[in-house]
Design a binder for this molecule. Structure first.
Ligand SMILES: Cc1ncc(COP(=O)(O)O)c(C=O)c1O
Length: 416
C-alpha cells in the first residue's frame, strides 16, 4: 500500500517482457530517450507517425481538400474510435486542437448570467481557473471552491454535496487528474452526487470534467461519469499527435441547444441573412478547418490504445509510479508531494536546497525526460504543500523497470 493513498499498487509488471519489447520496437523514441514525460506528451507509436506523414504526403501530391475527400472514411473513423474510448455515440464527439480548446468551447456555451456560480475543486487545471477568473471579471460570475478532504486530499464529497445544494451552481468543474500532482479525484463518487443533485434540479447545472491527464491512462466512461462535457487531448497518455483535442458533449447539452460562443460554418448553416441553424450533433462545437493529418493520427492512436486496453495500462502505470515514489522516498532531501484517495501516473517531488532547472537539465543530459512544475501551475495546491516548485515524472506502459532504476540513480547522483 502506498504511503499516501488507500488503494494498493500492483506488485509486479502487468505486461510480459515480450509485450513490452513489442511496444518498444513499435516506438522509435524508445531507443533514444528514457521518456518520463507522458503527462506532457507521450511518445507516438510509429503507426501514428506514419499515418500522419502519409496524409501530409497525399496533401502535397493531390491537394489538401482533395486529400481529405479521399480519406473521408479514415476521418470518419476518428469519431468511431473516440466514441469507443469514451463509451458514447460518434455524434457526441467533436475534434479540436487541444484540451484547452475543447474546454473553452464548452465553457463558452454555458449560459452564464451575472451572479452565477462556478463550483470547482482546488486542483482544477490552471488554465481552467484563469478562465473562470476571466469570466468573473467580464460577467460577474462567482467562483466557489469545494474543500479538499482532510483525510485524503481529494474533493471532500460531503462538502461537494452541501455546496451543490446550497449554491445551485451554473457549472460544476472538476479536473480528474491535475497537471501537477499524483492525485486522482474520486470521479465516480462525484458523478453519483451530481446525478442525485440533478434529479431535483434538472435544468440549471452543467458538469464539465477535465480528463486531459486521465485519457489513455485509465478507462473513461462518460455514462458512468455523468458529465455533460469532457475535454481531453490525444497527445499525452493516448500517445497521439500534438495539436489535438477531443470534446465530448452529452445529448442533454446538445438537445438544450448549447453552442460555442464563436460557432462557425461547420457548427452552423447560414440560412437567411439574419439566421443560422445549428448542426444537430457535436460537430456544432468544431471549426471548419482542421489539420486532417492529426485527426487521422489521433484515430490511429486511440485504436492502438484500445487494443492494449486501458485497464492493463492503468495497472502498469500504477506499478511504475509506485516504484518511482518508493525509490524517491528513500532518497535523502527528496520530498514526494503526491497525496490522494488514489494515486495516478504523475509523480511529483521536490528537493530541499536544489532547483528544478538544474535537476531537469542534468536528467536531460542523461537522456531522461521529465519537466519542472511551478507554483503558478497550481497555486492552491502548491501553497497548501508549502512548496514553490516540483519535478514531474510520468511513466507509461512502454517504460521498463530498468529505466525507472536508471532515473532513480540519476536523481541520487545529481543531488549528491
Ligand atoms: C489536467 C490538464 N488539463 C488541461 C490541460 C491542457 O491541455 P492542452 O495543453 O492540450 O490544452 C493539461 C495540460 O497539461 C492538463 O494537465
Amino acid at each position: 500500500m502506498s504511503k499516501h493513498s488507500n488503494i494498493s499498487v500492483p506488485s509486479a509488471n502487468v505486461f510480459s517482457i515480450d509485450e513490452v519489447q513489442r511496444f518498444r520496437n513499435e516506438t522509435a523514441g524508445c531507443s533514444n530517450v528514457i521518456h518520463l514525460n507522458n503527462a506532457g506528451a507521450g511518445l507516438m507509436p510509429d503507426v501514428v507517425t506514419e499515418a500522419q506523414l502519409a496524409h501530409i504526403k497525399l496533401e502535397s501530391e493531390i491537394g489538401g481538400y482533395e486529400a481529405s475527400a479521399r480519406m473521408a472514411d479514415a476521418i470518419t473513423e476518428f469519431y468511431t474510435q473516440a466514441s469507443l474510448l469514451l463509451n458514447c455515440k460518434p455524434s457526441n464527439i467533436a475534434f479540436t486542437s487541444s484540451a484547452t480548446d475543447s474546454y473553452t468551447r464548452a465553457l463558452s456555451a454555458i449560459p452564464f448570467v451575472p451572479g452565477d456560480i462556478i463550483l470547482t475543486d482546488n486542483d482544477d487545471f490552471v488554465s481552467n481557473q484563469i478562465q473562470f477568473l476571466s469570466l468573473q471579471k467580464r460577467l460577474g460570475v462567482k467562483i466557489i471552491h469545494i474543500n479538499n478532504s482532510k483525510e485524503h486530499g481529494g474533493v471532500d464529497l460531503n462538502d461537494l454535496e452541501e455546496k451543490l445544494k446550497k449554491y445551485k451552481p451554473r457549472l460544476l468543474a472538476i479536473t480528474h487528474i491535475p497537471t501537477n500532482s499524483g492525485l486522482v479525484q474520486p470521479v465516480l463518487a462525484i458523478a453519483e452526487i451530481y446525478h442525485a443533485y440533478r434529479q431535483s434540479n434538472p435544468d440549471n447545472t452543467w458538469y464539465i470534467l477535465d480528463a486531459c491527464q486521465s485519457a489513455g491512462q485509465l478507462k473513461l466512461d462518460v455514462r458512468e461519469l455523468c458529465c455533460d462535457f469532457m475535454s481531453i487531448t490525444a497527445r499525452k497518455f493516448i500517445r497521439g499527435p500534438r495539436g489535438t483535442g477531443i470534446l465530448y458533449i452529452a445529448d442533454r447539452a446538445l438537445h438544450a441547444g448549447l453552442e460555442p460562443m464563436f460557432i462557425d460554418m461547420r457548427g452552423a448553416e447560414w440560412t437567411t441573412p439574419n439566421t443560422y441553424k445549428q448542426h444537430p450533433e457535436a460537430k456544432r462545437f468544431e471549426d471548419w478547418e482542421f489539420a486532417y493529418a492529426t485527426v487521422i493520427g489521433t484515430s490511429v492512436a486511440i485504436k492502438y490504445c484500445l487494443a492494449i486496453g486501458e485497464v492493463r495500462i492503468r495497472q502498469q502505470i500504477r506499478y511504475f509510479s509506485g516504484l518511482l515514489r518508493d525509490g524517491l522516498y528513500a532518497i535523502d532531501k527528496v520530498r514526494v508531494l503526491d497525496i490522494g484517495p488514489e494515486l495516478g501516473g504523475l509523480v511529483t517531488f521536490t528537493v530541499e536546497g536544489s532547483d528544478p532547472v538544474l535537476i531537469v537539465t542534468e536528467l536531460a543530459k542523461r537522456k531522461i525526460n521529465v519537466v519542472p512544475s511551478y507554483r503558478a501551475f497550481g497555486v492552491i495546491d502548491f501553497d497548501a504543500k508549502g512548496v514553490q516548485w516540483a519535478v514531474r515524472a510520468s511513466p507509461h506502459y512502454y517504460n521498463t523497470t530498468n529505466e525507472i532504476e536508471i532515473f532513480l540513480e540519476a536523481v541520487k547522483d545529481i543531488i549528491e
